[in-house]
Design a binder for this molecule. Structure first.
Ligand code: FES
Length: 129
């Protein structure tokens, strides 16, 4: 009798302390990643842009836009999980906007494009659809 109770207790303990379901757990069990995709590299140099003060811009963060360095909505189908960076410059000014999509100071170039991992990365060519 005591042995039967111990078996039941173990089942109860397993049932009681089963970790709760979460998308991250389910994705990990299925071998999927819940992390957003890495951006592709559409250019290994920054883009010079004449920015207008007070105007709202959307800087492409995924690298799939055909209107570099700005967003054309391509992230919705090609890089779900990545979103453009929206910014409003305070005044009219020329700026170097990141083209490699790996800057540490988005949307501006910080020189990251000079590093080896960008130099050796494949250049992304925009595709239809
Ligand atoms: S172009 Fe990306 S850091 Fe310069």
């Amino acid at each position: 009798m005591n042995r039967l109770v111990n078996k039941l207790d173990l089942k109860w303990v397993r049932f009681t302390f089963r970790p709760p379901w979460s998308p991250a757990t389910a994705a990990a069990k299925a071998g999927l990643s819940t992390l957003p995709p890495d951006p592709v590299v559409p250019s290994k140099k920054p883009f010079k842009a004449e920015l207008v003060g007070g105007k709202r811009y959307s800087w492409c963060a995924c690298g799939h836009s055909k209107k570099q360095p700005f967003c054309d909505g391509a992230h919705k189908t090609k890089a779900s999980g990545l979103s453009p960076l929206r910014f409003v410059p305070e005044k009219d000014a020329a700026a170097w906007l990141c083209g490699c999509k790996h800057t540490g100071n988005p949307p501006y170039c910080d020189g990251t494009h000079k590093q080896d991992f960008i130099a050796s990365a494949p250049l992304h060519e925009p595709t239809e659809s």
